[in-house]
Design a protein around this ligand. Structure first.
Ligand code: FAD
Length: 494
């Protein structure tokens, strides 16, 4: 039986592991931390529970796939419920409860003008067409060599994506009110890229939200990481926790021999790195720089990295009845806010997102209390390295005051009984994410589709990659897809 080693029990690693183990391979995952999930992590303290990373479930069918494809019913592993309206968005013009119900959306857009609804429907038709094209020709397809992309059919589909304008410009063509434009554009931040500079194809994110809805996993996101781990173990796989891989051993620069862990060589027939791609190339791949193919150390350092996040996890000894599951407060000057993030400036008036799972699930906090998660998009460590204790303290105090005032959470500061903070340093140190970029390599045009690192190394014949920094990209469902595509690449070769 062929043996496969996987570096990392993140969502990408776990998904690849299920597909391979289910197809008769002998799979072992080595994970540096003590539990599964990677950035889909959890804090459990003083009666509170916090999902620390992803919170918004989109494309639920993709979440189900590793279970249905391995022959079981996903409902025996995790439960989904739809959330609608799915997001309260607060802009300079007040609060909007974003809904994926067309009747509600029509009311919202027609309140501005019927022409705005017409523009919205035109925008939806256009972006839905592009989504179908992207899904069938780019997202669910892996690339190995130039022939996979530079052929007439694929180039024609790439041309039809017409992705050269920014997300925001594409929306402006159809919808004229700035407030509505903001409501349809902030979602590119979910993958760590500005709507003002990110390619227009990423408008598929708000489209997916509106067309397919937003969902919640009962008990929280970490239940999904546990579900993947459970399925993999049931199939006979093995996860070795607290095991940091220090080298991918490639004796003749062509073929991986195994992984170095605690000074011991763990041999295998193939290796999948779910560890962040740039870190894997610079820190783990034990070959001379000139043999690394396209991704030499210099090249990796010069690549564009996504935003990072500053996160507060607040255990609060009260409940705020008016605070729904997901709330976004957009900066008064959203464009300036995003520009500050891109240039490494700690925003004076940041946008922020608050997740309040206690609103619909009582497993997160003791009775009549709540577990709040506050996310502020900030620059990665390449743009801003200064997260000294003083900066962290001042910024967290400022954010708590803002949340209290702008969401009307009376007495929030006095009600905090537990607090934990994650900064870009946490992503770098805990998960080995290059430059602490929360969403991996930035999905610019130059780093998307064929131009994103592939799922298989170009020169080493048994080294593969799954995860947010490689094809097709970041976000839980896309990383699940990456895990599946990578497993299929391995099976194609072995
Ligand atoms: C704050 C935040 C909010 C988000 N919100 C959402 C959301 O609402 N919805 C959504 O869909 N997506 C969201 N995302 C994105 C999503 O969480 C990620 O894209 C996805 O979880 C990344 O999975 P991964 O498998 O690529 O990597 P990771 O989760 O980084 O997993 C990599 C694993 O490899 C391990 N590892 C690294 N180096 C080594 C080594 N040397 N040896 C052994 N193990 C190693 C790490 O410990 C980690 O467990 C969010 C991300 C963040 C950070």
């Amino acid at each position: 039986m062929k043996t496969i080693s996987i570096i990392g029990a993140g969502i990408g690693g776990l998904t690849s592991a299920i597909y391979l183990q289910n197809n008769g391979y002998n799979v072992k995952i080595f994970e540096k931390n003590s539990h599964p999930g990677g950035k889909m992590d959890i804090i459990q303290e003083k009666g509170f529970k916090f999902d620390t990373g992803p919170t918004i479930v989109m494309m639920p069918d993709v979440y189900k796939k590793p279970f249905t494809d391995s022959g079981v019913n996903y409902e025996d592993y995790f439960s989904l419920e739809r959330v609608n309206p799915f997001m309260d968005v607060i802009t300079g013009e007040g609060k909007v409860a974003l809904s994926s119900d067309l009747t509600d959306l029509a009311r919202e857009f027609e309140a501005y003008d019927e022409s705005e609804m017409l523009g919205f429907l035109k925008y939806l038709t256009d972006i839905y067409g592009k989504y179908i094209n992207a899904k069938d020709n780019f997202i669910y397809k892996s690339f190995r060599g130039p022939k996979d992309f530079f052929n007439f059919k694929t180039l024609w589909h790439a041309y039809k994506l017409k992705t050269f304008s920014s997300s925001f410009e594409a929306i402006q063509k159809n919808v004229s009110n700035t407030n509505l434009q903001y409501l349809l554009s902030f979602q590119t931040l979910y993958i760590g890229i500005s709507p003002f500079s990110g390619p227009s194809i990423y408008n598929i994110i708000p489209m997916i939200e509106l067309v397919y809805g937003v969902w919640f996993i009962k008990g929280g996101m970490f239940e999904y990481a546990k579900a993947l781990e459970k399925r993999f173990l049931e199939l006979g796989g093995e996860v070795i926790y607290n095991s940091e891989v220090t080298k991918i051993v490639v004796p003749q620069n062509k073929h991986v021999n195994g992984l170095l862990i605690n000074g011991n060589l763990e041999k295998s027939d193939a290796v999948i790195a779910n560890s962040d791609f740039p870190y894997t190339m610079t820190d783990l791949l034990d070959i001379s720089d000139t043999k690394k193919g396209k991704y030499s150390e210099k090249k990796v350092q010069s690549m564009d990295y996504s935003m990072s996040c500053f996160l507060l996890y607040l255990g609060v000894d009260t409940k705020y009845a008016e605070l729904n599951l997901h709330t976004i407060k957009m900066a008064n000057n959203f464009e300036k806010n995003v520009e500050d993030i891109d240039t490494g400036v700690l925003p004076e008036d940041p946008s922020f997102y608050v997740y309040n799972p206690s609103a619909i699930d009582d497993t997160f906090a003791p009775q009549d209390q709540s577990a709040l998660y506050v996310l502020v998009p900030v620059a990665n460590l390449k743009e801003n390295e200064n997260w000294s204790t003083e900066v962290v303290t001042n910024f967290s105090e400022k954010i708590i005051k803002k949340v209290e005032k702008e969401l009307g959470l009376v007495g929030l500061n006095e009600h905090i009984v537990y607090q934990s903070i994650h900064t870009p340093d946490t992503f770098k140190n805990k998960y080995n994410s290059a430059y602490g970029a929360a969403f991996g390599l930035k999905p610019t045009l130059k780093q998307s589709n064929y131009f994103r690192p592939h799922n298989k190394h170009s020169k080493i014949d048994n080294l593969y990659f799954a995860g947010a920094s490689v094809h097709p990209g970041a976000g839980v469902p896309i990383v699940v897809t990456s895990g599946e595509l990578t497993a299929k690449e391995v099976m194609r070769d072995l």
